[in-house]
Design a protein around this ligand. Structure first.
Ligand code: GUN
Length: 294
């Protein structure tokens, strides 16, 4: 039976560390880290996510405000708001919750955020910095996965990692980070995606499988080598035969956990880590402004 990689416990640890570091920064410099969140429209899931991110901030001493614009808001209005926050020195992090309504160009919104306040790590400058190994902001989900590997002392150097999924938010940055000569890196990395002919042929050779697809059941026991580590980034809502719904990952947890040496559950694995790393990135941004961090 696999060891459970407990994202709830680890994220609590990280929140405690961030709270202590926030208190220290504020005591030393008077700076209170601030995260401003913009939600355009009324998507129920996005509304919950933004509310949770804001609550997380308050608990660790990060000031946070949520601005809600109607779904009909124009692209110009959204860009204007981002620019106002870019110019406000009390704002250290800017997060525009995605997806934005279709009439708004998501890439343009992301590019308008000051890269020094882009705590999501989505701006092309931060994506480029990550690619070439410079400091910037690491997107929160890849960052959370690296923290799981680090805090459970899971060796990546020289090992074969298969990343399933090639999104800009998770798969691509994670694959880049794992391949770099850095802690939680130096791995041999394979990226699989919807164009992969025989997924199991690749994943069965992996020491670590990371699935970020968003489809329940893409990773079964057949896909996993005995003793492999399995990180499940997927968050999928499925309907059970009795009509109720539940959250699941990409991985068939019950059968895979019989074969793997360690596995993240869903919920309670990568999800809470993503939220915790947003707090860490916001604090890092404030620390850079204060000149106490590179
Ligand atoms: N929508 C879903 N996940 C995210 C995220 O990590 N950041 C933003 N801005 N929007 C999202």
């Amino acid at each position: 039976m696999a060891m459970i990689l407990d994202g709830n416990a680890l994220s609590a640890e990280i929140r405690t560390e961030v709270a202590a570091d926030v208190a220290q920064l504020t005591a030393a410099t008077g700076i209170v880290p601030g995260l401003n969140l913009l939600l355009v429209g009324e998507d129920p899931a996005s509304t919950v996510y933004v509310r949770n991110k804001s609550k997380d901030c308050e608990k660790v001493g990060i000031r946070s405000i949520v601005l809600r614009l109607p779904a009909a808001a124009t692209e110009a209005e959204v860009l204007h708001q981002v620019r106002v926050w870019n110019a406000d020195p009390s704002v250290h992090g800017i997060l525009v919750q995605l997806p934005v309504p279709k009439h708004i160009n998501e890439h343009l919104v992301i590019r308008t955020i000051d890269p020094n306040k882009d705590v999501d790590g989505f701006h092309p400058e931060n994506a480029g910095r990550l690619m070439i190994g410079l400091d910037g902001f690491i997107p929160c989900t890849p960052y959370g996965v690296l923290e799981i590997l680090k805090r459970y002392s899971i060796e990546t150097s020289g090992r074969h990692v298969v990343v399933v999924g090639r999104s800009n938010i998770v798969g691509k940055p994670l694959a880049m980070l794992l391949a770099q000569k850095r802690p939680q890196g130096n791995a041999t990395v394979t990226i699989c995606h919807t164009g992969t002919i025989d997924l199991a042929e690749h994943t069965r050779r992996a020491d670590i499988v990371i699935s970020a697809v968003g489809v329940h059941g893409v990773i079964t026991a057949e896909h996993i080598k005995v003793g492999a580590v399995v990180i499940d980034v997927g968050i999928n809502r499925i309907t059970l035969p009795d009509g109720t719904t539940k959250l699941t990952g990409d991985v068939l947890f019950d059968e895979v956990s019989m074969k793997a040496s360690a596995i993240t559950p869903v919920p309670g694995g990568v999800g809470p880590m993503t939220r915790a790393m947003l707090l860490r990135n916001t604090l890092t941004s404030a620390e850079r402004v204060a000149g106490v961090k590179q």
